[in-house]
Design a protein around this ligand. Structure first.
Ligand code: DI6
Ligand code: FE
Length: 397
């Protein structure tokens, strides 16, 4: 297929904007991209799809979601509006643990059925690759059930799904006060079992006073290394636990949230090439007032990704374009940084070298937007100006 007369944002060196551009696709790959005037003759006979000036971007990538879960937490939303904090609700046995109860009670099929409409909302906002975490099972079997359900998404929708093991998300009631015992008896064996079943692309954890310390997590990250799995970390969301530096010491693909990130953490991330995943949906939902140190991350040239953190508690947000809008308005990311954050930098946060930009050899995942400039994707509040998408070279209008 040949896309013609496109306004192309290749996301190479910024927007990498090319007006009146063509993109030649060969199977599931991009064969060529550039100005119409330079189109090699070999590609001129391909079946043409005229874009009529519409914006074409890489397919968007949501690199941080908790899309598999049962139940909702609207009551907790009401409690927070009355003044309760996220940490207070968690300490009282609500929060993540209330979703754990609902998720344990659900079957794999039920979890999948509940997730598909959420995935459809992400797809409607331009997602062609979605990361999905476990972390609401917190037993070996329930973590496996979540990861199996996550993997099944790709059998029902054309998106690529990357699965992340997050058994170290909260300490379940049966292990209250014994985070180390939980890591040893549940997190490590569930990781080994899930890896043996081919269900794990990366290992994540929640490093926080209400969850796990870096000392608790050291054996888990050591096991990830032994299994040759990359790590990521929910770090510095509510307090500074020096989680980002710990993650960077383990060559983490990303450290995520980062509202309370210190200068040392930034330096460690810069040195390790760890991506900063910015999650404005959680900041907004929790009415957090401390923004992540965007200007310092920028100055240190730490690549920034933007994701939804789609989850029933701190971020019931299922739109990547709205996440981009929030990142710009709340954190002063530029619209160019926001789009890099859901394309090239999001790919890097997932360790995916084959997507996130429009260049020869990369996977032909593309979005065609009813827009003529890439800043429009961040500028509108909650709009989904998606015209058509292409998954692995196949048009889905
Ligand atoms: N931080 C988050 O924002 C999500 N997990 C985490 O560690 C929230 C999960 C939840 O509240 O259900
Ligand atoms: Fe999260």
């Amino acid at each position: 297929m040949l896309l013609t007369h496109a306004t192309l944002a290749t996301m190479t060196g910024g927007y990498g904007l090319i007006r009146d551009a063509a993109v030649a696709l060969d199977g599931d790959r991009i064969a060529w991209a550039g100005p119409m005037a330079d189109l090699p003759t070999a590609f001129r006979t391909l079946p043409e799809h005229a874009c009529q000036g519409r914006l074409v971007t890489p397919g968007l990538i949501d690199c941080h979601t908790h899309a598999i879960h049962a139940g909702h937490r609207a009551a907790e939303f009401e409690l927070r509006l009355q003044g309760a904090s996220y940490a207070q609700i968690a300490q009282a046995g609500g929060g993540i643990l209330s979703t754990v109860t609902a998720t344990r009670a659900a079957s794999q099929d039920q979890l999948l059925a509940l997730a598909l409409p959420r995935i459809d909302q992400l797809i409607a906002s331009g997602a062609t690759t979605v990361e999905v975490k476990s972390g609401y099972g917190l037993t070996i079997e329930d973590e496996l059930k979540m990861l199996r359900a996550a993997r099944e998404i790709a059998l029902h929708r054309p998106v690529t799904v990357k699965t992340t093991h997050l058994a170290a998300h909260a300490v379940p009631p049966e292990f209250t006060g014994d985070a180390k015992g939980y890591i040893e008896k549940v997190a490590l064996p569930s990781l080994r079992a899930a890896h043996a079943e081919g269900l794990v692309d990366a290992v994540d954890a929640f490093c926080e006073t209400i969850a796990f310390s870096t000392a608790d997590l050291a054996p888990l990250f050591a096991e990830a290394r032994a299994l040759d799995l990359p790590v990521k970390l929910h770090a510095e969301q509510l307090t500074d636990q020096q989680g980002a530096a710990f993650a960077a010491r383990h060559q983490a693909l990303s450290a995520d949230h980062l509202e309370y990130l210190s200068p040392d953490g930034i330096a460690a991330m810069a040195a390790a090439g760890t991506v900063a995943v910015i999650l404005p949906g959680a900041f907004y939902t929790l009415r957090e007032t401390q923004a992540p140190p965007i200007q310092a991350l920028r100055a240190a040239q730490v690549p920034m990704a933007v994701a939804t953190d789609l989850n029933p508690g701190s971020s019931p947000l299922a739109s990547l374009t709205l996440a981009m809008n929030l990142a710009c308005t709340l954190f002063r990311l530029t619209p160019e940084e926001a789009l890099l954050g859901t394309t090239a930098h999001a790919a890097r946060a997932l360790g995916l070298a084959d997507r996130g930009r429009i260049a020869p050899g990369l996977r032909a995942d593309l979005c065609i937007w009813e827009a003529d400039h890439p800043a429009e994707l961040s500028y509108r509040i909650g709009a989904t100006p998606l015209h058509a998408r292409i998954y692995g070279g196949r048009l889905d209008a």
